[in-house]
Design a protein around this ligand. Sequence first.
Ligand code: SF4
Length: 464
Amino acid sequence: MISVFDLFSIGIGPSSSHTVGPMRAAKKFATKMTQAAFLEKVTYITVEVHGSLAFTGKGHGTDKAILMGLEGQDPESIDPDIVDDRMETIAQTHTIFLNQSKNITFNPQLHLILNLTTLLPKHSNGMSFKAFDHASNLLAHDIYYSIGGGFIIAESEVNIESTSGRPISDDAPDPCPYPFNNTEELMAQCRKHKLSIAELMMTNESFMHGEKNVRERLLKVYAAMRACIEKGCQTGGILPGGLNVKRRALNLHQLLIKKGKPSSFEHMDSMSWLNLFAIAVNEENAAGGRVVTAPTNGAAGIIPAVLHYYLTFYPNVNENKIIEFLLTAAAITILFKKNASISGAEVGCQGEVGVASSMAAGALTAVLGGTLAQVENAAEIAIEHHLGMTCDPVGGLVQIPCIERNAMGSWKAVNAMRLAMDGDGEHKISLDQAILTMKKTGEDMNLIYKETSLGGLAASYIEC
Ligand code: SF4
């Protein structure tokens, strides 16, 4: 079962597959190495990263994430402000504090290897962790894959099917009350049991976590999204990484405040606020700040922007609407995750910004009272008009085109809602067909457009 909290996890930027996933994998390996069988013997560790982790890992903070993970940090609780100091100390002393248990040798120049030539067999984002004793005897060797959205899979634990990250052997029936594998099944369950998508999701989530807990945690997710928007709106300066991209949210916020905040979504300026919310989040993400993965970090601005836009400019909003929005969005992500991918390294940006836009479109339609057919229609329209979108971050940084792309994805989500709500929900292409098309398009896409920064804008940009 995929939980809403697997999809909306509070962590750090800039990338779910390149930062959050690698930190989780490194922590997992470090935890294993501090078990009794290894702790006394382990003297040094090497980490080799492959595929897009090697090509754009530096810009995405993969190196930092792995070292922090080896020191026992996790994305949910790490203080982003300590990372740079700690990295400097490790670089000077060639020592890491393995899972907060033991100092061992680790020279990042030597022991963290970017393998630009070989892919590991099951996924393009592979990581190979090895531990050695003082005589360089191999003690342990684990391989993990970062499969998008912060999810990781250990090679030894599961076989994964093509690019979806879905376990081949996982054919056991889903134990939740209302299982679904695709849109058709989701809609059939909703119609049969007379439930909205959010009600169905709440029943499934409550089965795992209890309703009170689910409500509290979802409100905490929104609080983290809101805090991220607020911090982004108050922070200026230049984003890290060397591209010298100026943060825009601070000035944009001041400009919009000067113009006066509109009281309703009917005012066109409300869409400028939507831009602001998305840009604020993605600038925080690019700076390695605290963000909510939704469903990835590169696309982390769209769900907070559209939800906050709705709460700011629409009437009759309350906590229940926040919960309804997030649960509906999560159900749509599950459809993509089960049947295609949410990883830019697998299917390009259509799987990140496209999916987030589809989630937001469906969720916004639901909270505005759309029918099941209209919710599906909105989600389908949003993904349909992101099909083929490549991933080509300039300099391997989640800045250009990613930050503006989240603003555009948010607009498309709102417009998809409007198109769906102005119709009766009838549409020719189903969401399932659009998801399958996204998957096939991603499979046909050249590797240079899948988070490697070898093509597209990344290749066109010339540094002056
Ligand atoms: S271009 Fe899209 S998929 Fe690629 S890093 Fe940026 S947001 Fe993620």
